[in-house]
Design a protein around this ligand. Sequence first.
Ligand SMILES: O=C([C@H](O)CO)[C@H](O)[C@H](O)COP(=O)(O)O
Length: 215
Amino acid sequence: MARPLIQMALDSLDFNQTVALADQVAPYVDIFEIGTPCIKYNGINLVKELRQRYPDKLLLVDLKTMDAGEYEAGAFYAAGADICTVLGVSGLATIAGVIKAAKKHGAETQIDLINVADKADCARESVKLGAQIVGIHTGLDAQAAGHTPFTDLNDIARLGLNVRISVAGGIKQATVQQVVEAGANIIVVGAAIYGAPSPAEAAREIRELVDAAAA
Ligand SMILES: O=C([C@H](O)CO)[C@H](O)[C@H](O)COP(=O)(O)O
């Protein structure tokens, strides 16, 4: 099995804390995600800062774009994003716009299936449009209501689409093995790392668990 990537969700609103957390976990993660609240609060300068500080890391900007796909995402790809997210519920025209902007910059697009009613259909259509990643995502509010991403992950993985699968939604040490075995290519972790007494130690543990599960 190809080594799954670990994506660190940087969900603080504070610019300096975000950069400091990135510094702590950098040895153990592959992708820095600038989370949606964080990018809204801090804007494009944080993309530029992390791009300059970490030229060799993948940088995902969790725009969750809903409209004006090419226009909105274009600026973030130009600032150094390797991946931007667009909502599956936005519809195919917006998804196509983000994919067009990504192609212009040799970058990638992730379709976030959060709250999409027919996730299989959205994933299939997104792949036809040229998306490289689909995101199975149980958001923070849905997690608080007791939901998890595991059933949706299994359902999408079973389709065998030519696309990488990202999974997010409360993933922690105890569930890493399960999501790797289900076929996730990108494991997104936020609170289990930034909420730990030592984020670096938590990130190291997750790295070991992901690698062991994929071996
Ligand atoms: O995308 C996220 C959320 O919707 C806020 O933007 C989180 O970054 C994602 O859920 C990962 O965080 P955890 O669920 O805390 O692991």
